[in-house]
Design a binder for this molecule. Structure first.
Ligand SMILES: C[S@@+](CC[C@H](N)C(=O)[O-])C[C@H]1O[C@@H](n2cnc3c(N)ncnc32)[C@H](O)[C@@H]1O
Length: 239
């Protein structure tokens, strides 16, 4: 109900946003995010739990002891599923401090809390380190970051991955001509209303940005995986 009220109020200002190009609320600023996201990420957890399990089964197939980072993790839904599918996996949960308090509750409740570390802070500023991870998960975050920040994030995560490590982006994808599907196109308008620079991006755009961030080699391609629902996973591997 709270979410619906917020959306109603925000979409009522669509004409202003189109005229000015300015958001009517900026959920990627820390104070707003810490107020807004703890409620939203609870419902995302319920919506995405089965999709996260599907994705985790595929990511962990034939592998054990994966080291992962879940960036802007919310409830931690994507990383938790990997820890359940790989009993030796260990994860770093990254997010704003007040949201990480909620992540701590989720990982404890799901029985994987002892395999988690926490990296509080703004994803634009935190140090992810180098050659540490096999998986870098970006669930439903690129759409609120926008192009420049996402490209910088991809570069920093490329450095933080070990050779053979994978970056996994779960997000809504319009087709390359941006003629559909409807939901990712409407969501881009939602991002105009709610963020400074967000939007939804095509597979062609992701492929270009990931390749320029260092993921391109002759042996690897950017892959798209259907996990059910409206957001596929885009996966690229570090050579
Ligand atoms: C739409 S939710 C997605 C949460 C989770 N990844 C999922 O898929 O359920 C976006 C998350 O990004 C976080 N976030 C937004 N901007 C951020 C930033 N600059 N630094 C860290 N976290 C951020 C929010 O706090 C929220 O947890």
């Amino acid at each position: 109900m709270w979410e619906a009220d917020r959306l109603w109020e925000m979409w009522g200002k669509l004409a202003d946003a189109v005229r000015t190009g300015r958001p009517q609320m900026a959920v990627n600023q820390q104070q707003k995010a810490e107020e807004f996201f703890p409620t939203l990420v609870r419902s995302l957890h319920i919506q995405n739990r089965d999709k996260a399990q599907t994705l985790a089964r595929r990511l962990t197939a034939g592998r054990k002891g994966l080291r992962g980072i879940d960036v802007a993790c919310g409830s931690g839904v994507w990383g938790i599923a990997v820890c359940e599918a790989d009993p030796e996996a260990r994860f770093v949960a990254q997010g704003f401090p007040a949201v990480l308090d909620l992540t701590r509750q989720y990982v404890r409740q799901q029985g994987v809390g002892d395999r988690y570390e926490f990296l509080p802070g703004n994803l634009r500023e935190v140090d992810f380190g180098r050659d540490r991870f096999d998986l870098a998960l970006l669930g439903n975050i690129v759409h609120s970051e926008g192009e420049a920040s996402s490209r910088d994030l991809f570069r920093r995560l490329h450095a933080a991955l070990r050779p053979g490590g994978r970056i996994v982006i779960v997000d809504m994808l319009p087709n390359d001509a941006r003629t559909g599907p409807e939901f990712p196109l409407f969501f881009a308008l939602n991002m105009l209303l709610a963020t400074e620079e967000g939007g939804t991006y095509t597979l062609a755009e992701y492929t270009e940005w990931l390749c320029q961030a260092g993921f391109h080699t002759v042996e690897t391609t950017v892959e798209m995986m259907d996990v059910g629902g409206h957001s596929p996973a885009v996966i690229a591997t570090k050579a």
